[in-house]
Design a protein around this ligand. Structure first.
Ligand SMILES: [Zn+2]
Length: 467
């Protein structure tokens, strides 16, 4: 639309306010950074950004969470205490209808772990058992290492695998490509008769840092113990084998499951002032692996989505629709929190207007990823122009999260991910190095600001974000 020029002044006096009103209520009537429909939200956006970036409150909360509770594996006391703390703190923030929603979760315990080269000479390896791995016998398992670079390579050497420990030495490409060896390596090796599986740690080369993460077994073959070794240790074994040496490794793991444990999703809201039944869902996962302190994965995702609600409350912003925060439990080894939420709210799935998850860190340069219709994407791109002061990249195609996925799928709701720089994220992902030191206060504040503005506008604009 464009405003007619050269008409009589009297006509313009009538027409211009009408057109402005239309712009104000019709997203994408005019798109881009100057989209007129954004006018009513510019003030709130600027205030949210100024408030979020004016101090380091979000980083302080992240530090308090990770210092106080440390790693928060499903079933652990640490996670239970963090859940109680989060609910209490949400109440102190003045969020509406704060509650915990019970979920039973798996309870895996790592126990003692060790790995060493025994032949041709003895030396320890930097090892971290894969989450949910079965244990070895108390004395460990020992076998000659078979190095393979891929599942195809394993099949080519299938006759060599029997009785051996298979090392999947797959260089880190993208997480999605490489993680297949962590999740599926043990099963593939077991099918060929191997007694154990080692995976080169799934991440860019660190400081001899092993990365854990879930292994997935299948019903077709008995599970074998599986662990990650640091990239440097994998390289060393590969070089020794290339020199014609037979490398034997002893691996000892004590990982085992105990009975399922009581846990919960933590929920808090800013109740909508006009359409409280319509939900803008934000969240991350409060559980983590049992090494480091799960700061980047995913305490920070919890804090930045939580901060969006705290800021709205603090600034007296109560949008038309409800903004709901969920700190999910058990993302890492079961997704039971996500499943429980989708079950509990199945009848309201279609009232979920939009779902945003922060579970990719907040490292700069950061961006947003969106999954939804082109109509919805056009509106989201407009809203994202309000984030220009935060220096975010464009809204990429594709984004959501493992926790918000099931309810969004059920309700056909558009989804978004806050995407931290993936190189920095995967450097410390699931490692002892995932601590708050890695994350800068400004990165946390910017993420909180961006999520607050995005959630506020989607919850406040008169018409619902199209599916
Ligand atoms: Zn995560």
């Amino acid at each position: 639309m464009s405003v007619p020029v050269g008409r009589a002044a009297g006509v313009l006096r009538v027409l211009v306010p009408v057109l402005l009103l239309l712009y104000a209520v019709t997203p994408s009537a005019q798109s881009g950074p100057s989209a007129a429909w954004l006018a009513p939200y510019r003030g709130a956006a600027a205030t949210l950004i100024a408030s979020a970036t004016g101090d380091d409150a979000a980083w302080q909360r992240l530090a308090e969470l990770t210092d106080t509770f440390g790693p928060r594996l499903s079933g652990s006391d640490n996670l239970s205490r963090a859940i109680t703390w989060a609910a209490d703190a949400m109440k102190r923030d003045g969020l509406d209808r704060v509650r915990t929603e019970p979920v039973m979760v798996p309870h895996w315990i790592r126990g003692h772990e060790a790995a060493e080269i025994t032949t041709p000479q003895r030396d320890t390896l930097t090892v971290l058992g894969l989450g949910d791995s079965v244990s070895t016998p108390a004395a460990g398992i020992e076998g000659e290492v078979l190095v393979v670079t891929s599942f195809d390579d394993l099949r080519r050497h299938a006759t060599d695998a029997r009785g051996r420990i298979v090392l999947f030495n797959t260089p880190f490409m993208t997480y999605g490509e490489t993680v297949a060896y962590r999740t599926g390596g043990a099963r593939a090796a077991a099918v060929q008769g191997a007694i154990g599986a080692l995976v080169r740690a799934v991440g860019p080369m660190g400081l001899r840092t092993p990365h854990t993460g879930a292994v997935q077994y299948a019903q077709d073959v008995a599970p074998i113990p599986s662990a990650a070794i640091a990239g440097e240790d994998a390289n060393r074994i590969v070089r020794m084998v290339a020199r014609g040496q037979r490398v034997r490794v002893r691996l000892t793991l004590e990982g085992h499951f105990e009975a399922d444990a009581a846990s919960a999703n933590v929920v808090g809201e800013i109740l909508g002032r006009e359409r409280p039944e319509e939900i803008v869902l934000l969240g991350g996962h409060l559980d983590s692996w049992d090494v480091g302190s799960g700061a980047s994965d995913d305490a920070v995702g919890c804090v930045v989505t939580w901060e969006a609600l705290r800021l709205m409350k603090k600034l007296g912003l109560r949008p038309r629709r409800t903004v709901r925060l969920v700190l999910f439990t058990n993302e890492e080894n079961g997704l039971r929190g996500a499943a429980a939420y989708a079950d509990h709210y199945a009848a309201q799935a279609r009232d979920h207007v939009f779902a945003l998850e922060s579970d990719s860190g907040v490292f700069l340069p950061a961006g947003l990823g969106f999954s939804g219709s082109e109509d919805a994407h056009a509106i989201i791109r407009d809203i994202a122009t309000l984030l220009a002061p935060l220096g975010l990249l464009e809204v990429r195609v594709g984004g959501g999260g493992a926790d918000v996925g099931p309810i969004a799928m059920a309700g056909n709701a558009p989804t978004m991910a806050y995407l931290g720089d993936s190189e920095k994220y995967f450097q410390i992902h699931h490692t002892p190095a995932d601590t708050v030191e890695r994350i800068a206060p400004g990165e946390v504040s910017r993420a909180a600001a961006a999520i607050a503005v995005m959630a506020y506008v989607v919850a406040e604009m008169p018409q619902r974000l199209p599916k």
